[in-house]
Design a protein around this ligand. Structure first.
Ligand code: ATP
Ligand code: MG
Length: 366
């Protein structure tokens, strides 16, 4: 039998999802979902992981479950094709984490570049909660529990997938071929893999408050672009030569716009490169460019907003979708856990051979 193709990915319910999540991961997920190439798709709301650095704010995590679920449905994740589920409700994931902890050293976790930078971001340097430190291992449990072959994520997640692969290799070497080696799927376009914030900071992130949210109104998007977006502080008059590097309008256009949109919204240029050349020479104003970007984002966001409004009318129905997805995820994870326990030789009561052999041993010594 050909190996099944399975997707696992997810997001932390620490806030509403933003256009960085969309371009970095959500958009691709929906394309993969609709490609029909995958046998199973699991999309996880990682509340247990969110609690590792929000353990003192459980209400925040609880409130954001529904926000993330609405964002999922609004971008076109379809419960008929994808299982949307809640991490904490699947205790098998915690058990797997516990067993994988034996396969990873403290120094290996300390070397993980994503963990390093996130520890810094959260001022955890002096004292790191064990749960937070451990989250790459818990992420390996999430991925392997579903035998995921494909993990569509943003670029910041690459070290996590690396860590997972190492755990899979160690496990299979020690206990026998059980777990599946996953592959990360990250956007080819650099700006899409790590979209910076509207303030120009390295990453658009819920925690940094520099986001355009998928659920923002058209006015809020317009305001963020017109009033908050970092452009080129040296480009004061339209005639001044401008800088493209580090100019968020260009970064976002690179991440989101296509040729048809260029022709429709900023006619007269053959390519985005030509627009850049004009800007560098001087004579192209920020407002024109920002209007172009607003149109580009609205093309993407208007249908998402409309679908969200529909789902918002039936919130109990959304919880029901999560419940059904969680049941399906539970079934898959529990099958893997049984295999893991058998491989680790801790399936005592299912192992008639073991009981028979022990009985014989004691009969002989009598
Ligand atoms: P937090 O600040 O709580 O960590 P976050 O904004 O980093 O939140 P996550 O839930 O950690 O969001 O990430 C979910 C997914 O979105 C991951 O696959 C991640 O790689 C991707 N992602 C997050 N931020 C960006 C971004 N700015 N650009 C591209 N992809 C992103
Ligand atoms: Mg993150």
């Amino acid at each position: 039998m050909e190996k099944e193709k399975i997707i696992l990915t997810g997001d932390r319910p620490t806030g509403k999802l933003h256009i960085g999540h969309y371009i970095g991961s959500l958009k691709r997920r929906v394309q993969l979902q609709n490609s029909g190439e995958f046998d199973k798709i699991f999309i996880m709301i990682a509340d247990a992981q969110a609690l590792t650095d929000n353990f003192d704010n459980p209400e925040k995590v609880r409130q954001n479950i529904i926000e993330v679920a609405l964002d999922y449905l609004s971008v076109g994740l379809d419960p008929a094709k994808s299982n949307l589920f809640i991490q904490s409700q699947i205790s098998e994931l915690t058990e797997l984490t516990f067993f994988y902890m034996n396969l990873v050293t403290v120094s290996r976790l300390q070397r993980n570049p994503t963990v390093k930078s996130e520890i810094q971001m959260r001022n955890f340097e002096a004292s790191i909660p064990v749960g937070f430190f451990n989250y790459p291992i818990s992420q390996a449990a999430d991925i392997t529990a579903f035998k995921a072959t494909t993990v569509p994520v943003g670029e910041d997640q690459l070290p996590m997938i690396e860590q997972t692969k190492e755990i899979v290799h160690s496990f299979n070497r020690i206990y026998g071929e059980t777990l599946v080696v996953p592959e990360a799927l990250i956007p080819q376009n650099g700006a899409q893999g790590r979209l910076p914030g509207v303030d120009g900071k390295a990453k658009m992130s819920k925690s940094l408050g520099n986001c355009i949210y998928l659920s923002d109104s058209a006015d809020a998007v317009k305001d963020a672009i017109m009033k908050k977006m970092y452009t080129d502080p040296l480009h004061i008059k339209v005639a001044d030569p401008g800088h493209v590097e580090g100019n968020m309008v260009f970064t976002y256009l690179e991440a989101f716009s296509n040729q048809q949109q260029l022709e429709a919204y900023l006619p007269g240029y053959a390519s985005l490169d030509e627009v850049k050349e004009h800007y560098k020479r001087g004579g192209l104003g920020d407002v024109n460019l920002k209007k172009f970007l607003i149109n580009v984002l609205e093309d993407e966001l208007a249908p998402i907003r409309a679908r969200r409004a529909e789902y918002e009318k039936d919130i109990p129905g959304v919880y029901d979708i999560l419940k059904k997805g969680t049941e399906a995820a539970h079934e898959a994870a529990s099958k893997t856990l049984s295999e893991v326990k058998a491989a680790m030789k801790i399936n005592y009561f299912d192992d008639a051979e073991l009981i028979k052999a022990q009985a014989e041993k004691y009969q002989r010594t009598e």
